[in-house]
Design a protein. Structure first.
Length: 114
């Protein structure tokens, strides 16, 4: 099973980015998929999570600015990030849970700077 995240880059404060994550190599639908991030010198933290019935949960620091959603393709999720702040700078990784196992994807770097 592989999860591939994409869409990171350099953006100015107040700008927007959209991250994508696609899982491949599995026959299962991932019941839970999520975005985590790790900033330099800090612990990895949960950013947003979405369940199989599209229930979502967000970190307090991003609620109201970020939106997690599922794509039409199985095991695809997005993270729409608006009103970005310098403190959102981090490597963003996606995570998926399927029956019997959980999987991490390689991250994508988001840098918010003027």
């Amino acid at each position: 099973v592989q999860l591939q995240a994409s869409g990171g880059g350099l953006v100015q404060p107040g700008g927007s980015l959209r991250l994508s994550c696609e899982a491949s190599g599995t026959m299962y639908t991932m019941n839970v998929m999520a975005w985590y991030r790790q900033a330099p010198g800090k612990q990895r933290e949960l950013v947003a999570l979405i369940t199989g019935d599209n229930t979502t949960n967000y970190a307090d620091s991003v609620r109201g600015r970020f939106t997690i959603s599922r794509g039409n393709a199985k095991n695809t999720i997005y993270l729409e990030m608006n009103a970005l702040k310098p403190e959102d700078t981090a490597v963003y990784s996606c995570y998926g849970v399927q029956p019997g196992s959980a999987h991490w994807g390689r991250g994508t770097l988001v840098t918010v700077s003027s």
